[in-house]
Design a binder for this molecule. Structure first.
Ligand SMILES: *Cc1c(COP(=O)(O)O)cnc(C)c1O
Length: 302
């Protein structure tokens, strides 16, 4: 079979080459695969422009440093690779992931310092963590009994693939008929879910956890939007009971921005439909995509 040149489902950069997403592969001996020893970040492209690329690059570089990984490229070179993936795919709305893996140490050695780290990237069609119906009527989310891995074990502020806790929680929630899951910390407070941060609106204030979770770029965007709309923002521990009793609950993620939650466990939130603060934040989130302060157009000419 001749190699495919159909880039329309997405494009990956692997082993120094650009290939259709379905043909991209990593060596099976890479510790990224064998040990989840990798870091990554995801930036989105909307209407042909990156949203907050600088924030994602900065976080990726920080995550690399935290895990003693060297992608071998600087931020400008990474941007060139990401843009080439997007350009080849022709996608105007894309989910663009950059990954740095440990690679492998010389055969027989277990010294991570000797591993040659590898850089991968790909652009695929925009990923929504909630489908159109869920965005319209709100998600049903379950608070899991699964505890998020301790910050004393794995630094949650640096992106990582230690996702077994999140994935097991997701199985639990889906089996129970919910759409997604929120994990708790050792004190029982709600922390985050698989790829998203969590917020509630109580007494007019917007509340989100401030410790033990990945500091999402979307979370930062929500905090900045809320302040610019004149809303009070509280960064503090969020007990599940406060979340269940909240006027509004929503999630933030690069996979769809601000996503309303209208059912938590078996409790209806607010009036069972996305609340007014959530709706204003959804609107503002998409409006900010046109703001040159956050948006960077991609040159699609090949
Ligand atoms: C990436 C991620 C998020 C969300 O981050 P965004 O930058 O807003 O997309 C939240 N939690 C975890 C565990 C993540 O990996």
């Amino acid at each position: 079979m001749p190699p495919s040149t159909d880039y329309s489902n997405g494009v990956a950069y692997a082993g120094g080459h650009y290939v259709p997403i379905s043909e991209a592969a990593i060596p099976i001996t890479d510790w990224g695969f064998l040990r989840s020893d990798a870091t990554y970040d995801v930036v989105t492209v909307w209407e042909g422009a990156y949203f907050r690329l600088d924030a994602h690059l900065e976080r990726f570089m920080r995550s690399c440093k935290r895990w003693r990984l060297d992608p071998g490229l600087d931020a400008t070179q990474i941007t060139d690779v990401l843009s080439q993936c997007v350009r080849l795919s022709g996608l105007r709305a894309a989910y663009v992931e950059m990954v740095c893996t440990r690679g492998k140490p010389p055969w027989g050695s277990r010294d991570p310092r000797l591993a040659k780290n590898q850089f991968f990237a790909f652009a695929v069609p925009y990923v929504w963590l909630a489908n159109a119906r869920q965005r319209e009527s709100g998600l049903h989310v379950m608070v899991s009994g699964v505890q998020r891995i301790s910050p004393r074990s794995v630094d949650p502020t640096a992106k990582n693939y230690h996702w077994n806790d999140l994935t097991m929680g997701l199985f639990e929630a889906l089996d129970a008929g919910a759409d997604s899951v929120l994990l708790v910390d050792a004190a029982g407070n709600v922390i985050e879910g698989p790829g998203f941060n969590v917020f509630c609106v109580t007494g007019g204030a917007v509340v989100t956890p401030n410790e033990g979770m990945l500091e999402g770029v979307s979370r930062r965007t929500v905090i900045e939007m809320a302040r610019s709309l004149g809303l009070e923002v509280q960064l503090r521990a969020l007990p599940p009971d406060e979340l269940r009793a909240a006027d509004e609950v929503f999630l933030s993620t690069s996979g769809g921005g601000v996503l309303p939650v209208t059912m938590l466990d078996q409790r209806v939130i607010g009036h069972g439909k996305p609340g007014p603060v959530t709706c204003r934040l959804v609107e503002t989130y998409w409006a900010w995509h046109a703001d040159p302060a956050y948006s960077r157009p991609i040159d699609y000419s090949l």
